[in-house]
Every structure is written in structure tokens, then in C-alpha cells.
Design a protein around this ligand. Structure first.
Ligand SMILES: Nc1ncnc2c1ncn2[C@@H]1O[C@H](COP(=O)(O)OP(=O)(O)OP(=O)(O)O)[C@@H](O)[C@H]1O
Length: 355
């Protein structure tokens, strides 16, 4: 029992392959505009692909000459906003799915009560949507999505519109109901990925840039997006003996070689990345000649307070210094600086996941 999609949608720049195992929850992440919501739209049947197909448990959702309308797909889409039917009670909202699948009124209601209980919203059964808080409405929306017994659940930033105080409670509930369930969750939040997903797929410009367990991506990020989540500096380029020759997209002067320690199988000339912690970077305002370290000349973009430290941002790089050091060095946006990092602090590994 699997789900797979291999499809393209030209005017959104989408071109992707994605497959889910039985019971697997995948977090779809990436910068704004990377195409995450469009992928959900294709799967749910709100958008039509220009090419390709999607198959859910052996049934084509769409493909050459095939098109299943959204309500026949056994796919439920939950968005940021709960979008409940305002004229129906909470119980009727949740019973709507089973009822339209032909269940009797009493069976549909029993199923609705079950899922309201699962979503920790049983006490809201008789309320009208207009009287619910954002968190309560989202619980009801989750119960409604599950009550339809979808073969695939799609969640588009389900916690994004919620109060910061409510989101953790709903996240915990989602963790329980998503366990062992096949789902795709679009999120910007690392916590959602860590707590809700078995696997993370990172989209960049409509294509899969990277994938792995949340732990794998955080330990060895391969895109600027995941490096940002992991709080690491990332330089992309090609492996050379003893390190990495920075590529054009690194923002470093052409030909810059960053010395580092190889992690994993890597051949010279292979696309690779170098990763290091901002805390491993020492900052100087004049060139630290004679240093055995990598020395990168940068222009400071901004200084950002970060829990007891100051993050010195320069292009795609960051260094962590103490507030006293930032003051002493006279660092300021637009000023030149040198970032020095020991080769032993720099991990160099393949830019692509093996396999
Ligand atoms: N209704 C639309 N009509 C045409 N193009 C759209 C529409 N919505 C999004 N796009 C374009 O499709 C591409 C993918 O957008 P999409 O909303 O899927 O990305 P996303 O990763 O979900 O972004 P975000 O994190 O900002 O929600 C972008 O180039 C976007 O400008």
C-alpha cells in the first residue's frame, strides 16, 4: 500500500517525484514559494498537473487521460484555517464526511463522536463554529478530516494560524493521531518536523532538494534551507584534497578553498558541502596572518542578538561572538571582517544523499 506522485506543473515551476510508505508521515519543507502548497493541491485535486501521474493504493488519482475528482480521492486536506460549515454544529461538521460516504445518520454521528474524542474536542460537539476559538476550531477540523477515513491526509501548515500558547497542545494531539498514519504535512517549523514526521522532504524551486529523517538533515544539512534550520554555516562547491573548493553560489571569491575534515565517501571533484558551527568561527578585523585556520574575508551585513551571544552575519555565513567581543572589535554592518575557522571544525561531505 503506497502513494506516489511523479508530476510537473510548468507555470508553478513544479517538477517532482515523491513516494510514501504505508503509515509514513512526511514533512514538506522549503522556502516561501518553493511549491509546497502546490504539491498538496495536485494531490488533493485542486490543481491539474501538465504531466505525470499520482497513484494511491493502486488507484490512479490522475494520469494520462485520467482524473479522479477531489471527493473521490480518499484524500483529506486540512489547511491553516479550519473552514468549518458555519451553519452546522460541530458534531454535524464532523459527521458530514461519513454521512456523504453513505453511512446512516446514527453511524455517522457515532463516528464523529469518536474522532472528536480523539481530537480532544468531545465537549464541543453541540457548539456552532462561530463560537469556537482558533485552537478549538482546528481540533474540530482535524476530527472532521479524520472522520472521513482518508487513505492520505494532507496538512497545510495546520498550526501556523494558532496562538503560540495553543500550538504545542494541538501539535501533541496531532503527534498522537498521525502516528502510523499516511500523511504529508507542509510546515515551516522544525518542531513539527521533529515531532510529527518520519521523514523530511525539502523543496527548492519546485524540486526535491534534499530528504532524510529530521535527525539526518539536521546533522548533515545539504541545502541553505536545512543549514538555516540546523543553525550551521554551509558552503557548497566541489571536493578537493584536504577540503572544498567553494562554488559560485557560495558567495565567496572564486577559487576559495576551505580546509576541512572529510566525513563519508567523497571523491575529488565531486559536488560537496562544507559545514561548520557559527560558534567555531573567530572574528578579526585585520587578517590573522600565520593562523593555521581557514580565513575568509567578509563584509558584515548585520549583528543579531542571540541568547547571550551576538550573531555576526556576513553573506551566507554567520559567526557567534560574545557581546563584549562584538563591542571591542567595533563590528558594524558594512565593515570588513575576517572569519577564521579551524579545519578540524569543518565537515566536508557529499552534496547529494547517497542512493
Ligand atoms: N494561485 C496561484 N496562481 C499562480 N501561481 C501561483 C499561485 N499560488 C502560488 N503560485 C506560484 O507557484 C509557486 C509555488 O508556490 P506555493 O504556494 O506552492 O509555494 P509554497 O512553498 O507553498 O510557499 P509558502 O511557503 O509561501 O506557502 C510560486 O512560484 C508561486 O508564486
Amino acid at each position: 500500500m503506497t502513494f506516489s506522485i511523479d508530476a510537473g506543473l510548468e507555470d508553478r515551476g513544479l517538477e517532482l517525484q515523491l513516494a510514501l510508505r504505508e503509515g509514513e508521515t512526511v514533512a514538506l519543507m522549503g522556502e516561501n514559494g518553493a511549491g509546497k502548497s502546490s504539491v498538496l493541491g495536485l494531490i488533493a485535486g485542486l490543481l491539474r498537473a501538465d504531466r505525470g501521474e499520482a497513484v494511491l493504493d493502486g488507484r490512479p488519482l490522475f494520469g494520462p487521460g485520467q482524473w479522479l475528482p477531489p471527493h473521490q480521492r480518499s484524500v483529506a486536506l486540512l489547511s491553516q484555517e479550519a473552514l468549518l460549515f458555519p451553519q452546522l454544529s460541530v458534531l454535524e461538521n464532523v459527521a458530514f464526511g461519513p454521512r456523504s460516504q453513505g453511512k446512516s445518520r446514527s453511524a455517522a454521528r457515532a463516528q464523529a463522536r469518536h474522532w472528536l474524542t480523539e481530537a480532544e474536542a468531545a465537549d464541543l460537539a453541540d457548539r456552532r463554529p462561530a463560537s469556537l476559538s482558533g485552537g478549538q476550531a482546528q481540533r474540530v477540523a482535524i476530527a472532521r478530516a479524520l472522520a472521513a477515513d482518508p487513505a492520505l491526509l494532507l496538512l497545510d501548515e495546520p498550526l501556523a494560524a494558532l496562538d503560540v500558547a495553543v500550538a504545542p497542545v494541538i501539535r501533541r494531539m496531532l503527534r498522537r493521531v498521525l502516528a502510523g498514519r499516511r500523511a504529508v504535512i507542509v510546515t515551516h517549523d522544525l518542531l513539527d518536523a521533529l515531532l510529527l514526521a518520519d521523514r523530511v522532504v525539502v523543496l527548492d524551486n519546485g524540486r526535491v532538494a534534499e530528504e532524510g529523517t529530521p535527525q539526518q538533515l539536521l546533522a548533515r544539512p545539504r541545502s541553505s534551507f536545512t543549514a538555516g534550520l540546523a543553525g550551521l554555516n554551509l558552503i557548497s562547491g566541489h571536493a578537493v584534497e584536504g577540503g572544498l573548493r567553494a562554488g559560485e553560489r557560495s558567495g565567496l571569491p572564486a577559487g576559495t578553498v576551505v580546509a576541512g575534515t572529510r566525513a563519508g565517501q567523497l571523491l575529488d571533484g565531486e559536488p560537496a558541502v562544507a559545514a561548520f558551527r557559527p560558534a567555531a568561527v573567530s572574528v578579526f578585523t585585520s587578517h590573522p596572518h600565520g593562523s593555521p585556520r581557514n580565513v575568509l574575508e567578509v563584509i558584515v551585513d548585520e549583528l543579531e542578538p542571540a541568547s547571550g551571544h551576538v550573531l555576526v552575519r556576513a553573506g551566507q555565513l554567520a559567526a557567534e561572538v560574545t557581546p563584549a567581543a562584538a563591542a571591542e572589535l567595533g563590528l558594524h554592518p558594512g565593515g570588513a571582517a575576517f572569519f577564521a575557522v579551524k579545519a578540524s571544525e569543518v565537515s566536508v561531505y557529499p552534496a547529494r544523499t547517497a542512493g
